[in-house]
Design a protein. Structure first.
Ligand code: PMP
Length: 408
């Protein structure tokens, strides 16, 4: 049993009461988007009913209240990541935008032909494509850290790939496709030894474990609200202060300037506002703050432990299914179970199991290079969250067996 009251916790999630095709919903697509507790949903009602106003520029009460709540969330996120200073927290639309910000601001000013950016075989497309787009323009080289048969990063290869030309290591903390947890602190130390910076994509780590950006010594760290019980449309970029301060703005507009003139050069606001052009997703940011408080109220340690229990039980159960192969068997894994079944297409499994009320993900999980490496185009992926139960895994496994029998 989990260290928290599972029934009480489930009551926080209105969506868990719904039925799908006449069956109770079993939601195992948490790595794509986690569900949202009512405490977070209520923040939207509260914001739009009481203090909806644009931030930073108003001199009226509503604007002050909205600004205080928005900036208060910056402090909540600072504490959540254990950053030194809340000015190191930049609000973005999500992990994807955070990585694009680093690529277009830091990357554009620091990367040139001859330089190398190291990414890994495990990356989500959002930590591949921004670097490919930039490499096409600037002419630097992208190198890929390989994985072993279990889907763990080959650290020997990583050490060999690192050299004085390496300017950036961009790697995820936890793989969305396989669940592998990468040794990012060790990778940071090694990157720093050759003078490279490290960007950690924490989209899949923040929902499952306590993250300490100072202990990792990450130069950049990104995550998305909607994977950590918060809303869509908001995410975070953390950066080291000395890097952020000298990075040029990426997007221009209101909020990010100091003075604008046609005669002399326009000057920019200090961090973090330099990187927050335009009206941000105010309600979403405030709701994200509530989500992080909710998570910390339950306790990330307890959540991670419970998900490990679910993962090992589910792994044990699906292993009994004939012809089922699990992809991603690294010793350090988050609650992600990716698998393929002989004689049954992943898409067919996904569609049919949905008819039984079970939501899993099928496809390439935005990690096509990784799946090709394992010789498949698609997998089925079940991924767990705090509110999932052992009974749900039993339903999932029974449904999976039924579906496999139907398609084989
Ligand atoms: N990185 C990883 C590891 C992810 O799992 C995801 C979302 N699937 C992303 C990046 C992109 O996040 P978003 O779509 O919220 O920007």
């Amino acid at each position: 049993a989990p260290a928290f009251d599972l029934n009480a916790l489930r009551e926080d999630f209105p969506i868990l009461c719904r039925e799908v095709h006449g069956k109770p919903l079993v939601y195992f697509d948490n790595a794509a988007t986690s569900q949202t507790p009512r405490q977070v949903i209520e923040m939207f009602n509260d914001y739009y009913s009481r203090y909806n106003a644009n931030i930073h520029r108003g001199l009226h009460t509503l604007a002050d209240e909205a600004t205080a709540a928005f900036e208060g969330t910056r402090e909540t996120v600072r504490a959540f990541l254990n950053a030194e200073d809340s000015r190191q927290i930049i609000f973005t639309r999500g992990t994807t935008e955070a990585i694009n910000l680093v690529a277009n601001s830091w990357g554009r000013t620091n990367l040139a032909p001859g330089d190398e950016v190291l990414i890994s075989m495990l990356e989500h497309h959002s930590n591949i494509v921004p670097w490919q787009l930039l490499a096409r323009e600037l002419g630097f080289t992208i190198k890929v850290i390989p994985v072993d048969v279990d889907g763990a990063l080959d650290m020997t290869a990583y050490r060999t790939l690192l050299n004085e030309r390496t300017k950036l290591v961009a790697v995820n903390h936890v793989s969305n496709a396989l669940g592998t947890i990468n040794p990012v602190a060790e990778m940071a130390t090694l990157a720093h030894e050759v003078g490279a910076n490290i960007l950690v994509d924490g989209a899949q780590a923040t929902p499952h474990q306590t993250v300490d950006v100072q202990a990792i010594d990450a130069d950049f760290y990104a995550f998305s609200g909607h994977k950590v019980y918060g809303p869509t449309g908001v995410g975070v970029l953390y950066g080291k202060r000395e890097l952020l301060e000298v990075m040029p703005p990426w997007q221009g507009g209101g909020e990010m300037i100091s003075t604008v003139s046609f005669e002399v050069d326009t000057t920019f606001a200090a961090i973090p506002h330099k990187f927050e052009a335009g009206t941000p997703a105010i309600a979403e940011v405030i709701a994200l703050g509530r989500a992080l408080e909710w998570v910390q109220g339950v306790g990330l340690g307890a959540i991670g432990d419970w998900e490990q229990t679910l993962l090992s039980y589910a792994t044990q159960q699906v292993r009994k299914i004939d012809g089922l192969r699990i992809l991603g068997t690294a010793p350090h894994k988050a609650g992600v179970l990716s698998f393929v079944v002989d004689g049954a297409h992943s898409q067919d499994i996904g569609l049919l199991i949905d008819q039984l009320g079970v939501a899993i993900r099928t496809g390439h999980h935005c990690a096509q290079p990784l799946l090709h490496h394992f010789g498949v185009d698609a997998t089925c992926r079940a991924s767990f969250a705090a509110y999932n139960t052992v009974e749900e895994i039993d339903t999932f496994v029974a449904s999976l067996k039924r579906v496999i029998n139907m398609v084989r």
